[in-house]
Design a protein around this ligand. Structure first.
Ligand code: URA
Length: 445
C-alpha cells in the first residue's frame, strides 16, 4: 500500500481483525502519532487492537525502529567519555524507586548512566513524576545539557523530550488512560525506543511480576523479558533481565515526594528496606558485570557497598539534582525542597493481625485517587500525596502499628484512602508459616 493512500481506520481494522501490519503501515502509524495527524481516538483504538491481537516479532521490531526514528538518537562517541554508557529500566511497579538509587550508584562505580524515564503509567508510579516533586529539578533538559550533565556528573535522569522517541511520549500518555498498558509488544517498543534513542552500550531490565505489576504470571514476565532481549539484540543492544516480585509495595513509601525521601534515606544509609536493597544490588551487579567494571558478582557487590557506605552514590545523586536545576543542598535539607501534604493520618486495620496478602494494584490506584497519578492525560499531579511506612507481607498490624500513613490534600480523600487500604490489605490472626519468597525471581540474559 502506498503511504499517501493509507487511512488510519484501515490499519486499525486490519489489526482489529488479527492481521499483521507491514513495515510501511507501522511507519505511517508512528509518523501520525508523532505529528498528531492520527487522532487520539484512533491511537487508542489501535492500542486496544494490538492489546487483543498482539504483534509478531517482526512487527514489534518495526514498531520499535519507527518510534526510535520519530526523534534523534544520541551518539556518545564524540563526548569523550572514559567509561561505558549503560542504563536500567523497569516495567513498572508500586513504590519502585530503584532507578533513583541505581543511576547514581552505578555512576559512582565508573559507568555513565543517561536515563530517559517515563511518568506514572496506570496504577504504577513514574520516576519522572517523583523527580518533578523536587523544587526546580528540570526533567526536560535539551539534549546538549543532558549530555553535559551525564559527562560531568556520571548520570542524569530526564523524560522524553520532543527530540527522543517523541512518538512513544504520546503513545505512552494515551495508553496510560485507556487500559492498554499490559501488552507485551507495546511495552517492548515503548521501553526500547527510549533506550535505543539514548545511545546505550548496554541495558539492564527489571521485569516485575505479581498483582502490582503489568505482568501477573512468571510465564508472562518471561515472555516480556524474551521479547525485550530479542528485539534489543536485533537493534544491537545487549540486555540482561531480572524478574522481580511486585506482590508487595517495594520499600516503605509509595507516591512521589515521599519516594524521594526514601531514596535519600537509602543513599545516606539512614534506612534501607531489605527487599529494595536486594533489587538494587541485583541490578547493579548485572550492570557492572555486563560492562566489565567487575569480573564477577562478588567484586561488583564489594564496589557497590563501598560506593554506598563511602557516600559516593549520595554525593553523585546530590550533584545530579543540582546540575539539573534543583537545590544545591538537597541531601542535607530535602524536606524543605519537597512538598508536604496538608493531612497525614494513620490507616489502622479493622482487626489486629498479620498481613497475609496485599492487593498492590489497588494500593497504586489509591495513590492515583489521592492525586498522585493521572486519571486523564491532562491531569496535574499532586506531588505531596502518598503513603509512608507501608506494612509488608508477614508484618503484624494493630492499634500501635498502622497499615500505612496516608498523606492527603484533605480529610475526605484521606478517609477514602484509609478505607481503600483496609480492603487492599488482608490480615489474619495466624502468623504466616511460610515467609514470602525472595524478591528476585529469575535472571535471564
Ligand atoms: N515502561 C515504559 O517505559 N513503557 C511501558 O509501556 C511500560 C513501562
Amino acid at each position: 500500500m502506498m503511504t499517501e493512500q493509507m487511512l488510519p481506520q484501515e490499519l486499525i481494522r486490519k489489526k482489529r481483525d488479527g492481521g499483521a501490519l507491514s513495515p510501511d503501515e507501522i511507519a505511517f502509524f508512528v509518523r501520525g502519532l508523532a505529528d498528531g495527524s492520527i487522532s487520539s481516538e484512533q491511537v487508542s483504538a489501535m492500542a486496544m487492537a494490538i492489546y487483543f491481537n498482539t504483534m509478531t516479532f517482526a512487527e514489534i521490531g518495526e514498531l520499535t525502529r519507527a518510534m526510535v526514528a520519530s526523534g534523534h538518537t544520541i551518539d556518545w562517541s564524540h563526548q569523550g567519555l572514559d567509561g561505558v554508557v549503560i542504563d536500567k529500566h523497569s516495567t513498572g511497579g508500586v513504590g519502585d524507586k530503584v532507578s533513583l538509587m541505581l543511576a547514581p550508584l552505578v555512576a559512582a562505580c565508573g559507568a555513565y548512566v543517561p536515563m530517559i524515564s517515563g511518568p506514572a503509567l496506570g496504577h504504577t508510579g513514574g520516576t519522572l513524576d517523583k523527580l518533578d516533586s523536587v523544587t526546580n529539578y528540570k526533567t526536560s533538559l535539551d539534549l546538549e545539557s543532558f549530555r553535559e550533565v551525564v559527562k560531568s556528573v556520571g548520570c542524569a535522569i530526564i523524560g522524553q523530550t520532543e527530540e527522543l522517541a517523541p512518538a512513544d511520549k504520546r503513545f505512552y500518555a494515551i495508553r496510560d488512560v485507556t487500559a492498554t498498558v499490559e501488552s507485551i509488544p507495546l511495552i517492548t517498543a515503548s521501553i526500547l525506543s527510549k533506550k535505543i534513542a539514548a545511545g546505550l552500550d548496554a541495558l539492564v531490565m527489571d521485569v516485575k511480576i505479581g498483582n502490582g505489576a503489568f505482568m501477573q504470571t512468571l510465564a508472562d514476565a518471561e515472555q516480556l523479558a524474551d521479547s525485550i532481549i530479542n528485539t534489543a539484540a536485533e537493534a544491537g543492544l545487549p540486555v540482561r533481565a531480572t524478574i522481580t516480585d511486585m506482590s508487595a509495595v517495594l520499600g516503605r513509601n509509595a507516591g512521589n515526594a515521599v519516594e524521594i525521601m526514601e531514596t535519600i534515606d537509602y543513599l545516606t544509609g539512614t534506612y534501607r528496606d531489605e527487599r529494595l536493597q536486594d533489587v538494587v544490588t541485583a541490578l547493579a551487579i548485572d550492570m557492572l558485570c555486563m560492562i566489565g567494571l567487575a569480573d564477577e558478582p562478588e567484586s561488583a557487590e564489594r564496589q557497590i557497598n563501598a560506593a554506598l557506605d563511602g557516600g559516593k552514590a549520595a554525593e553523585i545523586f546530590a550533584k545530579m539534582v543540582s546540575a539539573q536545576g534543583g537545590p544545591h543542598d538537597f541531601i542535607e535539607s530535602a524536606a524543605q525542597h519537597l512538598p508536604q501534604a496538608a493531612v497525614k493520618k494513620p490507616a489502622y486495620a479493622k482487626d489486629a493481625g498479620f498481613v497475609t496478602h496485599i492487593n498492590v494494584r489497588e494500593v497504586g490506584n489509591i495513590i492515583v485517587a489521592l492525586g498522585g497519578g493521572r486519571k486523564r492525560v491532562e491531569d496535574k499531579i499532586d506531588y505531596s500525596v502518598g503513603l509512608t511506612d507501608v506494612a509488608g507481607i508477614g508484618v503484624r498490624v494493630d492499634a500501635d502499628k498502622p497499615i500505612a500513613y496516608v498523606h492527603a490534600r484533605d480529610e475526605d480523600s484521606a478517609e477514602q484512602a484509609i478505607e481503600g487500604l483496609r480492603h487492599a490489605f488482608s490480615v489474619s490472626e495466624e502468623k504466616l508459616h511460610q515467609l514470602p519468597a525472595s524478591v528476585i525471581c529469575e535472571r535471564l540474559a
